[in-house]
Design a protein around this ligand. Structure first.
Ligand code: E4P
Length: 216
């Protein structure tokens, strides 16, 4: 399984990348806006920091707008993947871009039908938003498992990025459900390696070691 970071914050990316845990990065317009920096500068910084795919999203909603933005974004770095929203115009753009060899990540996927259509149109990645599905009282992890089953059954190449991950249960569940990739918010990542019993264990070992040293 691959791990992506779901952030546009370069410090968070550098911190986790130094641990050898980052296979790629996903951004969206909200995450980029939070940084208060120039879009192109942010994406180029990230693309220079990690060697894996870096998703940068178009904001135009019309086919021609998406295409021209996508072609521009793809020139910023070799590892840029263009994020396209799941709409009719988006599918058409994905189809054209895939024929041009530009990699795409179809975002805002909330059903098996949407995921299958995006894969058929030629998406490199599809991003089901599990946290937002759970917010609706439905089961985001079930969608991951179903998407994996249909992609495998029909032999599509698209990889599933489990997105909108909110907690450790989503991360572990996405792995168990067969997501190819989990994209994890920078603030959640440190919680994946921490555990209260690990901290307690270290404290206990150190206390016993100190007592042993003092008794010598
Ligand atoms: C994925 O590519 C999106 O950037 C992200 O996971 C959205 O997550 P949210 O629902 O927490 O905004």
């Amino acid at each position: 399984m691959k791990f992506f970071l779901d952030t546009a914050n370069i410090d968070e990316i550098k911190r986790i990348n130094d641990l050898g845990l980052v296979d790629g990065v996903t951004t969206n317009p909200s995450l980029v806006a939070k940084e208060g920096r120039d879009f192109e500068e942010v994406i180029k910084d990230i693309a220079n920091t990690v060697s894996g795919p870096v998703s940068a999203e178009v904001v135009g909603l019309e086919y021609e707008e998406m295409l021209s933005e996508a072609r521009q974004l793809a020139k910023w770095a070799d590892n840029v993947v263009v994020k396209i929203p799941m709409t009719e115009a988006g599918l058409k753009a994905v189809n054209t871009l895939s024929q041009e060899g530009i990699k795409t990540n179809v975002t805002l996927i909330f059903s098996v039908a949407q995921g299958l259509l995006a894969a058929k149109a030629g998406a490199t990645y599809i991003s089901p938003f599990i946290g937002r599905i759970d917010d609706m009282g439905q089961d985001g992890l079930k969608l991951i498992a179903e998407l994996r089953e249909v992609l495998d059954t029909y032999g599509y190449d698209a990889e599933i990025i489990a997105a909108s991950i909110r907690h450790i249960g989503h991360f572990e569940g996405a792995a168990l459900a067969g997501a190819h990739i989990a994209t994890v918010p920078g603030s959640l990542f440190p919680k994946l390696w921490g555990h209260v019993l690990t901290d307690k264990g270290i404290a206990g070992f150190l206390k016993d070691w100190q007592a042993y040293q003092e008794a010598k």
